[in-house]
Structure formats: structure tokens, C-alpha cells
Design a protein around this ligand. Structure first.
Ligand SMILES: [Zn+2]
Length: 529
């Protein structure tokens, strides 16, 4: 049974999904969060905006219902704030004392699958992990629970009837059609149909060139956006540069980019007994891919990068989801698994020849070393892309390869930092860049008058240490040599509704504990007696 479920999931992730995916349990009606209020004043906070501006504080931020009405500097660091300077609270309003705290725009996870039946998770579990980490908007790349399900949750989230981030639905190309789309006419028809149903965009995995061309053009002409994982099965004839020219909004992961940078080959140097359905083959050979591409700052490398930027193309690297490839033990032993990873999800991650992303047949020093070098070349491209004005966003792709919702998003921010981003540039990727790629920069992505009141508030300075954003916080030794933990998002505010982020994570912990108590399950290390 378990094997069957895993098999189904691998089909979901890497192939074009033809029929709606079995759905996970819907989110319950919202019982968390307070507000919105006719007026909310967040007092004395240090603002880290998503627009690249340095921290500024103390400020008072005035929200009316779900919109930002005023952002007022009320003093200077270390100087007592004069009350006469501050916006006055109107009757019926609410004050939130955030003095000494840091406030950012709500985070946007550009690659947020809302779980799958095989992972044994519920929508509530996934949403609370996101909201507990300050993620107030997600793009669901493939609408894995079926477009109707996702649109229903999108509508409920928009009305704040459930505790969930804003949702954008990018349907997997071909989802719901009886057979694989093999003609230009069928492609256009599907794209029109998808728009009519109310999707926000399309997630592509690959198709033959004329179909990709037609589908991308049709989709763009209808005003919808798109994302693509350039799966290896079609990448020889259609890589990232083809997609960008045809109007794709964002590339996901890395697939299709090294291929656009080939100068002395047209296909990856596959070993000759390679089999795509053997994931150890797929992922270990992928670890040698960037080395086969044009080297950093070479003519081809520059050419491709500059053209992509010219085309206003977005890169959503999802660095974190491949991290186990370069450091399996780190991702397997992450300290949140015990309390926050649902047993069924933990099982789903384990080595298997069948389930997707569980390619640990024999994963050792050689594979990890290859992947470390791979990351360096990949990160060099992404960092320089940002430096030349290209848009880079933050996406997690959680629920696979030991990466957990929410936590993995924060890890993604750390990996952008590792790639060379200044922490403020990391914040831009997490907020305004995502909003732009979604076409929502007039509503979200930065703290500006008139935008929606989506915020993340944390007690520590996240620029100094991004780890303070993890639900498990970060270790800090006190003056008295006492071990403590600091951080974790304190409040996540969406549409002017204040959520106690720690409470949301406690709820998740409880769900996991109840599940373990019921089943007697304990997290074990694979293969250990
Ligand atoms: Zn994905």
C-alpha cells in the first residue's frame, strides 16, 4: 500500500499530470487570529522593507482594516519616543507593541505544493507550518490537489475563512485532459479552458517545441503567468532560453539552464547505462551537469544571462530542495523533524527505488562532492543574475527530499545568502521580487501605503542571523552560560489579522504528537536496528 502511494506520487511530481490528484483533507474553518480592526497600530517596530531599503526604526505602522494607511518614523534608536509624535489610536482600534522587534512584508513562497495524499498530511498542517514561518502568499505549482480544490482554498483564504496564506493556482499543463496533449490545437484549447476555470497560471514540465511555443504564447495573451520545471525528457529540444523567448514567467529549480549554456554538446553527458526512472542515476548525473555548461563569465554564459534579463525572466532556484544531494545527513537530521514532521511524511522521505526524491540507493562522498561543486557554479550564476538586475525569487518545493513546509523556506533564504546575496537582497527575493513575478506588486511585497497588511514580526534581527526565522529558533548562550533559544516568528499578519506564529506551530506539534501517540510511531534512522 505504501509503495503504491509512493508510486503515484512520483507520477504526480515528474510527469505531466493528466487527471486530478487525490486530494488531501481540506482546511478547517479558521479559529486562529485576531482582527482585522478598523484601525491597527503596530508601535515602535524596526522596518525591514522588501524594497532593499536598510532597516529603519522606530516606526509606527497604521493599518485600517486590511490596508496600510500610514508608516510614521517616531524617533531615533536609543532615544525615548515622544508620544506627541505618534499616530493616535481611534476608538475601536487595536495597538500592538512591537518595540525592539523587526517587521518585514509577508513572505512569498513561489514554489509551494500543498502536500499530497501520499505524504499523509492535511491542508491545516501545511498551512500552519507556512503561516508559522511568516509565509503569507504561496504559488501552488501544479495544483496537485486538483484545480477545483485549490481554487476553493484560494477563495476561502482570500476571505480569511481558513488559516492559510494567499494562494495562486498554477495548474499542471494538461491536468484533467483525457490523454497527453499532442497537438497545438489541443494545447491552446487546454490553455483557454484553464484560464476560464479561474487558474492564475500554468506549471509546465515539458512538451515538444511547437506545443510549448503555442501554449506559452496563448497563456500570455490571456494575461496569465507561468512556471516551468524543464524536465530532462524534453530539455534537449527546449531549454530555458526557448521558454523565456516564448514568454515563460519563471524557471523553477535549475533544470534547463545548464542546457542553455552548453557550447560543446547538445545533451548532458549521460552515462550510457543511465535510466531516467532510476533516480540515483537521475540525481547523481545531475550533480555533474553545471560542469558541462559554459563556465562563469564566459561568452556564452554572459550571452544567455543577459538575454534572460532582457526578457524580464524570473529565476526561482529552490536551492534547498536539492540540499540533501550535497549533505544528506544534514537534511535527514534537521532538528525539527522529531516534533514537526508527520510520520507519514517521514516515511515518504525514506530511501526507495520507487518514491520521488528518495534517491539514496548508495549516496556517498562522491555524489555529495559533485553536488557541492554543482552548487558553486549554480549559485555563481544566480548571484550574478541578481547583480545584473535579474529577478530571483524564493521558493521552497517542500514536502520532498527531507524538506519541511515553512522550515525549508527559511533554509532557502539562507542558501540565497550563501549564494552571495546581502540579507537585504534575500529579503527582496522573499517579498517584492515574488510579488512582481506574480504580478501582485501593487498589493503585496513591500510595506507601502495602500498595500495589504501582510507582515512578519520577529524579536531578533533576521539580517544578522536568518536562523531566527526558523520555527525552532536558534541557540543562544546567555551571559550566565545558560543555553537558550531565541527567535521563531512572533506574529504573522495577513490582511490585518494577527496570528500568534508560535501558537500555529504548537498546533502542528500537537497534530504530530497525536498521530504518533495513536500509531506508536517513532522517527527512526533508515536501516538502523
Ligand atoms: Zn515542485
Amino acid at each position: 500500500m505504501k509503495i503504491m502511494k509512493k508510486l503515484l506520487l512520483s507520477v504526480f511530481v515528474l510527469c505531466i499530470q493528466l487527471t486530478a490528484w487525490a486530494q488531501i483533507e481540506s482546511a478547517p474553518e479558521r479559529t486562529e487570529g485576531e482582527g482585522p480592526w478598523s484601525q491597527l497600530i503596530i508601535r515602535g517596530v524596526t522596518l525591514i522593507n522588501g524594497n532593499g531599503a536598510p532597516p529603519l526604526g522606530p516606526v509606527d505602522i497604521v493599518v485600517e482594516e486590511n490596508k496600510i494607511a500610514e508608516i510614521k518614523t517616531v524617533g531615533y534608536p536609543g532615544v525615548e519616543i515622544q508620544d506627541s509624535n505618534r499616530p493616535k489610536l481611534k476608538p475601536g482600534g487595536k495597538e500592538l507593541d512591537a518595540s525592539g522587534m523587526y517587521l518585514m512584508p509577508g513572505f512569498i513562497d513561489m514554489h509551494g505544493h500543498i502536500g499530497g495524499e501520499a505524504q499523509g498530511v492535511t491542508a491545516e498542517y501545511v498551512f500552519k507550518l507556512w503561516m508559522g514561518h511568516g509565509v503569507t502568499t504561496i504559488r501552488d505549482p501544479s495544483a496537485g490537489n486538483g484545480l477545483d480544490w485549490v481554487l476553493e482554498h484560494k477563495a476561502k483564504s482570500a476571505k480569511n475563512k481558513i488559516t492559510a496564506p494567499r494562494i495562486l493556482a498554477y495548474t499542471a499543463f494538461g491536468q484533467g485532459s483525457k490523454s497527453k496533449i499532442s497537438s497545438v490545437e489541443a494545447a491552446k484549447e487546454w490553455v483557454q479552458d484553464n484560464a476560464e476555470k479561474g487558474a492564475d497560471g500554468i506549471k509546465f514540465f515539458g512538451a515538444k517545441p511547437e506545443i510549448m511555443q503555442a501554449a506559452l504564447e496563448e497563456n500570455k495573451s490571456l494575461g496569465l503567468r507561468s512556471a516551468m520545471h524543464h524536465a530532462q525528457m524534453d530539455v534537449a529540444r527546449w531549454n530555458v532560453i526557448n521558454s523565456a523567448r516564448a514568454g515563460l514567467t519563471s524557471m523553477e529549480h535549475w533544470y534547463g539552464l545548464p542546457e542553455a549554456l552548453f557550447t560543446d554538446r547538445t545533451v548532458q553527458h549521460y552515462k550510457l547505462d543511465y535510466n531516467y526512472n532510476n533516480e540515483q542515476d537521475r540525481f547523481s548525473e545531475a550533480g555533474k551537469l553545471w560542469e558541462q555548461a559554459a563556465p562563469p563569465y564566459s561568452e556564452r554564459w554572459n550571452e544567455v544571462m543577459n538575454e534572460l534579463i532582457e526578457l524580464d525572466f524570473t529565476i526561482d532556484p529552490t536551492f534547498n530542495i536539492y540540499e540533501a544531494s550535497r549533505d544528506l545527513m544534514r537534511t535527514r537530521r534537521a532538528e525539527w523533524h522529531e516534533d514537526y514532521t508527520m510520520p507519514s511524511l517521514w516515511e515518504f522521505y525514506q530511501p526507495s527505488k520507487i518514491s520521488h526524491g528518495s534517491y539514496w540507493h548508495s549516496w556517498g562522498t562522491e555524489q555529495e562532492t559533485d553536488w557541492r561543486k554543482n552548487y558553486q557554479l549554480w549559485m555563481t550564476f544566480v548571484n550574478e543574475y541578481k547583480n545584473r538586475g535579474g529577478r530571483v525569487t524564493a521558493g521552497s518545493d517542500s514536502g520532498f527530499i527531507f524538506q519541511l513546509y515553512g522550515f525549508a523556506y527559511i533554509r532557502e533564504l539562507e542558501l540565497l545568502r550563501e549564494a552571495g546575496f546581502h540579507p537585504l537582497e534575500v529579503m527582496m527575493s522573499a517579498t517584492l521580487n515574488g510579488a512582481e513575478a506574480l504580478g501582485m506588486e501593487d498589493k503585496i511585497g513591500s510595506v507601502e501605503i495602500g498595500k495589504l497588511a501582510d507582515f512578519v514580526i520577529v524579536e531578533e534581527n533576521p539580517l544578522e542571523n536568518l536562523k531566527v526565522l526558523y520555527g525552532t529558533g536558534t541557540i543562544k548562550l546567555t551571559e550566565d552560560n545558560e543555553v537558550t533559544r531565541v527567535g521563531g516568528v512572533k506574529y504573522t499578519i495577513k490582511d490585518g489579522i494577527i496570528y500568534d506564529a508560535q501558537q500555529l506551530l504548537k498546533d502542528v506539534k500537537k497534530m504530530v504528537k497525536q498521530n504518533k501517540d495513536k500509531t506508536g510511531y517513532e522517527i527512526k534512522q533508515p536501516g538502523m536496528k
